[in-house]
Design a protein around this ligand. Structure first.
Ligand code: C2R
Length: 195
C-alpha cells in the first residue's frame, strides 16, 4: 500500500503530504472522490488542473451504494483531515455527491459521469443536479472533471490572494489562446476571399 493510501481513512494523514511545500499555494486541500475506478479518466482531470494551479489534493474511490460506511466516514472526517472542498464524481444513479453533501458542511462540487451503465449521462446529471432545498451540490457539465477542479480552486481562492492571482493568470492564458485563434481564422478568411 502506498505511504499515504486512503484505504483506511483512520490512518490517512491529517494535513496531507508536503503541506509546507512551496509548491502548494493553499493550506487546505481538495478531496476528489469517485464512485468507481471506471470514473478515473474524468476525475483525474480535476487532479491535473489542481496540480497545475499548485493546490494539494487527494483522490480515492468512495461509493454511496457499494461502500456506504466508508462514505459516511470520509464525509464526516474530511474537514478535520484538512479538506476545504470535495469534488465528487459518479455515473448512472449518482447518489454519491448529494449524500456526501448531506454528511458535511464543506462545499461539494458534483461531476456527472457518462458511465457504461448510464442512459446518455442524463441519469447522472439529474441525480446530481436536482438536489432538495437545503443540501446544495455545485454541479458541473457531464464529464466536466477539469471545470470541477477549477471551481474547487476558485472556492479556495476566496481567502487566498496567491491562488486568486494564479487563477487570473490561467484565465489570461486562455484569452491569449483564443486571440491567437482569432488571428488565424481571420487570416484564413481573407485568403479564401482573395481566391
Ligand atoms: P462500475 O464501472 O464500477 O460498474 O460503476 C460509478 O460512479 C460508475 O460511474 C459504474 C458507475 O456506477 C457509479 N456509482 C455510483 C455510486 N457508486 C458507484 N453512482 C454512488 O454511490 O452514487
Amino acid at each position: 500500500m502506498p505511504a499515504h493510501s486512503m484505504r483506511d481513512l483512520h490512518h490517512a494523514p491529517l494535513n496531507g503530504p508536503g503541506l509546507e511545500s512551496p509548491l502548494y499555494l493553499c493550506a487546505m486541500k481538495v478531496g476528489i472522490i469517485m464512485g468507481s475506478k471506471s470514473d478515473l479518466p474524468v476525475l483525474e482531470q480535476a487532479a491535473e488542473i489542481l496540480t497545475e494551479l499548485g493546490v494539494q489534493h487527494e483522490m480515492t474511490v468512495v461509493s454511496a451504494h457499494r461502500t456506504p460506511d466508508r462514505m459516511v466516514e470520509y464525509a464526516r472526517s474530511a474537514r478535520d483531515r484538512g479538506i476545504g472542498v470535495i469534488v465528487a464524481g459518479a455515473g448512472g444513479a449518482a447518489h454519491l455527491p448529494g449524500m456526501v453533501a448531506s454528511l458535511t458542511s464543506l462545499p461539494v462540487v458534483g461531476v456527472p459521469v457518462k458511465s457504461s451503465n448510464s442512459i446518455d449521462g442524463w441519469d447522472s446529471i439529474l441525480s446530481i443536479l436536482q438536489m432538495p432545498s437545503g443540501i446544495p451540490v455545485a454541479t458541473v457539465a457531464l464529464d466536466g472533471g477539469r471545470n470541477a477542479g477549477l471551481l474547487a480552486a476558485r472556492i479556495l481562492s476566496a481567502g487566498n490572494v496567491a491562488l486568486a492571482e494564479r487563477l487570473d493568470a490561467y484565465a489570461e492564458a486562455l484569452r491569449d489562446k483564443v486571440m491567437d485563434s482569432v488571428d488565424a481564422v481571420e487570416t484564413k478568411g481573407r485568403r479564401i476571399q482573395q481566391g
